[in-house]
Design a protein around this ligand. Structure first.
Ligand code: GLY
Length: 573
């Protein structure tokens, strides 16, 4: 058996390697049987940070072949669809935000869409009960996948051929790769679901337990990737792959049709853009709430001198919690797919509105979500999403967050096609006021309608300094995504933390409802105690987010940091 070499390096400065590589040796292929996790990398040519070392390597490989950051983001996503099946995907959706060398900015929306056969009350039974089992598990939970269309929309800005970008993923699927301890545990955790929810055998099922060092080979997925290589997006949305998806739906009482697949379109939108203390923040607009929430939260604290309060001090944390509470109350009331619902973005970010929202903030005393409510002018998501950040030597920066929603999505693998389908329908408000997967609520703005895109929290974000990329970041984490990005940015811009500390230090989260502050286990006990005294309910929980961050240092080098919380890994030179 081949065992992976998983070496944890804290810092790897690869500049030296680069200068000694002048003789232009051909790029070695990715060795999927031996790889290491690198948490921090510096360089000045290019960098990729993602949830898996092999995916980050795939991105760097295409950068070294002359591709730009968009090429690398595409190759990394395709590789994640193979090596990170819990969230990397072909059967899900995502968002890409980019700031290109020439100043052009992109916000590509490839969020899943509700199938044409969907309806507002499709998850409500005859007794009026919300059937979250159906919106979360199995075939009916899936929206029409957007990822492949999104990759081709992004490819309009790439330099290399799509074939070159997809080849590493095909090889990883065909030859297999050794899995880590964490992946083995994760796959073992879904064996019962795989058994119950699937209509055909698949590569993820195993009689004995998966172990670190086992090789995961995905022949069906390799064949699907090859069809995409040959036929472009039609290799997924039409022909053989479409047939396999629709037949899977028919066997499992799902509703995605041939027409739904053929009609899916990725949309290029205007990024959500605003200033914070002289920096320009470029993030995702609706149907992600991420950019707008980030905007509201940063503006709610901008006028306060949070730096002098101190990092993780009770004063600073309380201020940020109250900003989070108010922004998330607005999310539940006002946010949804703007193609279907008029979201009052300008009103929600108006200077006076933001100031009014914080008027009843009392230092040292917890507000009450029963009284706060949305302003006059929260759906729960899964945390199994994944983010990648990329930068190249020409100054192109790309942030991508992509998801199946829950871990391994609906846990349905398309028979013969080898990829998991999403359970993104649960990100709609399936019944007003009924909490979904992570306890937040929504209403009319995010109700189901055929062709509508469910509200997201994904927050791929680029912060610009003097018009140039300074921070490229994002994270998985469902509703905790915007608060993690908020805290990471404040950690750097206000508290002056290093990129590594900004990513790794304990995070906290408030989302209006439930009215509680969630903190990671290593969150300072003294601050927790002080918050309790102010009237906050504190719930300790597992990891919050897995932030992937690239920062451009004053000398122009990149520092790429992968979150300590997973197998996440940085690669670059
Ligand atoms: N499913 C996670 C999100 O879109 O926010």
């Amino acid at each position: 058996m081949i065992r992976p070499v998983l070496v944890l390096l804290t810092m790897s400065t690869l500049l030296a390697c680069h200068s000694s590589r002048k003789a232009a040796a051909p790029n070695p292929p990715i060795d999927s049987y031996h790889y290491s996790i690198e948490k921090t990398v510096t360089g000045n040519k290019g960098a990729v940070v993602s949830a898996h070392p092999l995916a980050s390597e795939a991105g760097v490989l295409v950068l070294k072949k002359g591709g730009n950051a968009v090429d690398a983001a595409i190759a990394t996503q395709l590789a994640l669809a193979v090596v990170y099946p819990g969230a990397g995907n072909l059967g899900g959706g995502g968002f890409l935000v980019a700031h290109l060398q020439d100043g052009k900015e992109l916000a590509i929306d490839y969020r899943e869409m509700a199938p044409s056969g969907s309806s507002r009350d499709m998850y409500i039974d005859k007794d009026g009960k919300a059937r979250t089992d159906l919106s979360q598990d199995g075939h009916l939970a899936s929206g029409v996948p957007g990822t492949v269309a999104g990759l081709f929309e992004a490819a309009r800005y790439s330099k290399l051929s799509f074939k070159e970008l997809i080849d590493p993923a095909i090889e990883l699927a065909e030859k297999g790769f050794v899995i880590t301890e964490r992946e083995a545990r994760s796959l073992n955790g879904i064996q019962q679901d795989l058994q119950q929810l699937n209509t055909r055998p698949n590569a993820f099922q195993k009689k004995d337990k998966w172990k670190a060092g086992d090789t995961l080979v995905q022949k069906d997925l390799a064949a699907t990737l090859r069809r995409i290589r040959e036929k472009g997006a039609a290799g997924f949305y039409e022909g053989e792959t479409a047939r396999l998806i629709v037949e899977e739906m028919q066997r499992g009482k799902g509703i995605i049709s041939y027409a739904d697949l053929k009609n899916y379109v990725a949309r290029s939108r205007q990024p959500h853009r605003f200033d914070y203390k002289g920096y320009a923040v470029v993030s995702m607009p609706m149907p992600s709430s991420g950019g707008l929430l980030l905007h509201q939260m940063l503006k709610m604290i901008e006028g306060k001198d949070i730096a002098t309060m101190g990092f993780h001090s009770p004063q600073a944390v309380q201020l940020m919690i109250e900003a989070e509470r108010r922004a998330y109350a607005d999310r539940a009331e006002y946010m949804g797919d703007m193609d279907f619902y008029k979201v009052p973005v300008a009103a929600l970010t108006d200077k006076k509105y933001i100031a009014d929202r914080m008027k009843d903030f009392t230092p040292g005393k917890a507000s009450d979500s029963k009284i706060i409510g949305p302003g006059k002018a929260a759906a729960k998501e899964s945390e199994e999403t994944t983010h990648l950040s990329v930068i190249d030597g020409d100054g192109n920066a790309v942030a991508v967050t992509t998801t199946l929603n829950g871990g391994y999505g609906s846990r349905v693998v398309v028979g013969g096609a080898g990829f998991f389908l999403n359970n993104e329908m649960d990100d709609f408000s399936i019944k007003p006021g009924v909490p979904n997967m992570y306890g937040a609520v929504g209403g009319e703005a995010n109700a189901i309608a055929p062709g509508k895109r469910m509200l997201s929290s994904m927050t791929p974000t680029i912060v610009l300094q003097n018009g140039k990329p300074y921070i490229v970041t994002g994270t998985p984490g469902g509703t905790t995504i915007p608060t993690s990005v908020f805290q990471t940015i404040v950690n750097i811009l206000d508290f002056g933390l290093s990129a590594k500390d900004a990513v790794d230090k304990a995070k906290f989260h408030h989302q209006w409802l439930p009215d509680a502050v969630f903190v990671e286990k290593d969150f300072p006990a003294a601050t927790q105690e002080a918050l309790r005294k102010m009237g906050y309910k504190i719930d300790s929980r597992g990891d919050i987010g897995r932030v992937e961050l690239i920062r451009v240092l004053p000398d122009g080098k990149f520092e790429a940091v992968a979150d300590k919380r997973g197998d996440d890994s940085a690669s670059g030179w």
